[in-house]
Design a protein around this ligand. Structure first.
Ligand code: WTA
Length: 650
């Protein structure tokens, strides 16, 4: 199959005009591997240092003593790098184009000068609320400019932000506020999205009931709608901003000081706080943004992600702004008011690089090409995807209907943990293949391992688990408050390597294809979810005795959430209860975790030692029960027949 995959070489124009062409990639990649110190010392000059670093890389991947340091004795400020240093040449250039949910409402063009003033005001307000260097601030905001101001304001005063996606429930918000011991939560009254408004402040109020009394709440009045107000705890951002000073000196931060925490799902337990650094992260986000998207001065770049995910951190805010780019921020959804919204925005703001998720492409593909064809997309030069493997059908549609066959598609593979792209074709250097992540970025040493033995699989035309043999500057540094968990999760299964949790194939040409997660993490509409989290939400319901959750192929979402639920004795499996459980999970975690299918399971297949055989449950959910494999270790094999008989995905 790999040999047969159609390839799309870069156009002559791309190959000639891009930052990196094929020859340059080869030379730079070689240099980045053979002399990592020299390579990254030079690349680190793309950011401004307040105190230059003397050491580049200080890394140990040995389980039990993992440490990751880059540019460790240097000092810098991320907000100064994203704003102040551009003021001399770009103060009147648009930094952020903000497009509201409702197309009738005016878009905003925020210049670098304005971004500076707003960020400083926010920084001063946070300081007045008692936030200092090293303190944590939770950001629970819609996609409004204030989300970027808040991130940059934290960076400016050395506070560590932790963004919680606005689609998460009050419970999820509370656990992140408590987990990071945040001093302040920044939220909005309402979050308009797709013509509806989520009452974020009400969610925050509920969450704060479960947090320390000292936690303050800074509220951006986005719609001006009704909310309750707790005097002394709640503060009106816009009222305070009127009088706040619009200058604020940036703190000198150590390169290894944390810039942010971002909670993400893993294969076990509750979400973990991924910690990213200041210096290495910024260098890596800036470089990948420029090179992968071939960003040139004056381009208008749009990443459709939400700032609640890592993609929004690295590729809406930090990477683009570090490069002095014009970055577009969209508050709404691709299908509101109708399925042409993305393309209307591209036309309206003359977008040059467009970066989205396969799930959005599949959803829009289903609505028909006419929604695209009505819009002038001649400004587009490059398309990107992220978040999950893209199926060739969606890739081809993206290429033909959106890109008109003239825009290279960069299929960027990376993770919350990696801070930036680890594998992607570079538009001027590499031919692309529908569905392939193609080549490692500079400094990235991928290895394919035999899953059971951990032996390295050499050569091409091979498949295995994907590990990375050495560090890169954007790598996460630790799990917030739990370095042991960090080591155990990423460095214990395959000693000496960073384990990605993904499987991959290296085809006959030596190009990489990500085959999906090899652990109990599923990817629903590009949102990463631990099946364990959904299980613990389900068993928290008084009528549920036991639950097992797996992913199954879903046309639009990529993967859907399939739940096997055993009820307490005497509980009736009714349609009402199904709805109740679905709503229950939505409140425990958030709408993104809403179960797609719930199958009543009188019993779950277990080994004699009581371990649930997930492999079997996955097969049944995939409607592929002909290939159940070895069931001889099952305690009660008849349980499986019952589950097959009543399977939900036929
Ligand atoms: C998956 C998102 C195939 C992968 C940036 C990874 C992908 C997980 C791709 C990380 C891609 C991301 N092709 N799979 N281009 N990009 N993934 O942390 O399984 O939300 O491990 O980071 O998404 O998801 P996360």
């Amino acid at each position: 199959m790999s040999n047969a995959a159609k390839t799309y070489p870069p156009s002559t124009e791309m190959a000639e005009g891009a930052h990196v062409n094929a020859a340059k990639y080869d030379a730079m990649y070689k240099a980045s591997i053979e002399d990592a110190d020299g390579f990254w010392r030079e690349q680190a000059q793309r950011v401004d240092w307040m105190t230059p670093f003397t050491t580049v890389k200080d890394v140990d991947f040995t389980f039990g003593q993992v440490k990751i340091n880059w540019f460790a004795d240097g000092e810098l400020n991320v907000s100064a790098n994203c704003i102040d240093r551009h003021l001399e040449t770009r103060s009147d250039q648009t930094a952020i184009i903000w497009e509201p949910d409702n197309p009738e409402e005016a878009a905003q063009h925020i210049t670098y000068k304005e971004l500076h003033a707003q960020t400083c005001k926010m920084a001063n307000i946070l300081r007045d609320l008692g936030v200092g260097k090293g303190d944590r601030v939770v950001i629970y905001l819609p996609m409004i400019p204030e989300a970027a101001y808040a991130m940059l304001a934290c960076a400016r005063i050395g506070a560590i932000h932790s963004i919680v996606f606005a689609g998460f429930s009050p419970d999820a918000l509370a656990s992140r506020v408590n987990g990071s011991e945040a001093k302040v939560v920044i939220t909005a009254d309402y979050a308009p999205r797709g013509g509806k408004a989520t009452p974020l402040k009400t969610n925050a109020d509920q969450a704060l009931l479960h947090c320390k009394d000292s936690v303050k709440c800074l509220v951006v009045k986005r719609t001006g709608g009704q909310t309750t107000w707790t005097e002394g705890r709640d503060f009106d951002y816009k009222a305070l901003a009127k009088d706040a000073a619009d200058i604020c000196a940036p703190e000198a931060m150590n390169a290894e000081d944390p810039l942010f925490i971002l909670y993400t799902s893993g294969s076990t337990g509750q979400p973990k706080g991924v910690v990213h650094s200041t210096g290495g992260y910024l260098v890596y986000a800036a470089m990948t943004h420029e090179v992968t998207f071939d960003y040139h001065d004056g381009d208008v770049y749009w990443c459709t992600a939400d700032v609640g995910w890592v993609t929004g951190h690295s590729y809406i805010v930090y990477g683009p702004l570090a490069n002095g780019a014009t970055t577009l921020m969209f508050e709404g959804v691709p299908t509101y008011p109708d399925a042409s919204r993305f393309w209307q925005i591209c036309e309206k703001h003359k977008v040059n690089q467009f970066y989205t998720a396969p799930t959005a492409i599949r959803a829009l593909m289903g609505k028909g090409a006419e929604f695209v064809e009505g819009c002038d997309l001649s400004s587009l030069k490059l398309l990107g995807t992220v978040g999950e493997p893209i199926n060739p059908e969606a890739w081809n549609w993206y290429n033909d209907v959106v890109g008109k066959g003239t825009c290279p598609i960069v299929d960027t593979w990376w993770q919350t943990e990696t801070g930036g792209h680890l594998m992607t074709p570079l538009p001027g250097a590499h031919a692309t293949k529908p569905g392939a992540a193609m080549k490692p970025f500079f400094g990235i040493k991928p290895v394919v391992l035999e899953p059971a033995s951990g032996d390295i699989i050499e050569g091409n035309g091979v498949e295995g688990v994907l590990c990375i043999a050495d560090s890169w500057p954007g790598q996460m540094r630790t799990v917030w408050g739990d370095h042991e968990r960090f080591e155990k999760t990423y460095f214990s299964d395959y000693k000496g390597y960073y384990f990605t949790g993904d499987g991959c194939r290296r085809d006959e040409d030596g190009d990489y294809w990500i085959t999906g997660r090899v652990d109990d993490v599923i990817n629903v509409s590009g949102h990463r979810m631990g099946t364990a989290e959904v299980e613990s939400a389900l068993v928290a319901h008084p009528k549920v005795a036991e639950a097992a959750v797996v992913g199954y192929p879903h046309d639009i979402k990529g993967q859907g959430i399939y739940c096997y639920v055993s009820l307490m004795a005497d509980e009736e499996p009714t349609e009402e209860l199904r709805t109740e459980l679905r709503n229950w999970v939505r409140t425990e975690i958030g709408p993104i975790a809403s179960p797609d299918l719930i199958q009543w399971a009188p019993g779950l297949p277990k080994t004699r030692s009581g371990k649930i055989m997930r492999r079997i449950l996955r097969k049944i959910a995939e409607n592929d029960f002909g290939a159940l494999g070895d069931t001889s270790t099952l305690a009660e094999p008849e349980v499986v027949d019952e589950l097959i008989e009543n399977r939900m995905n036929r």
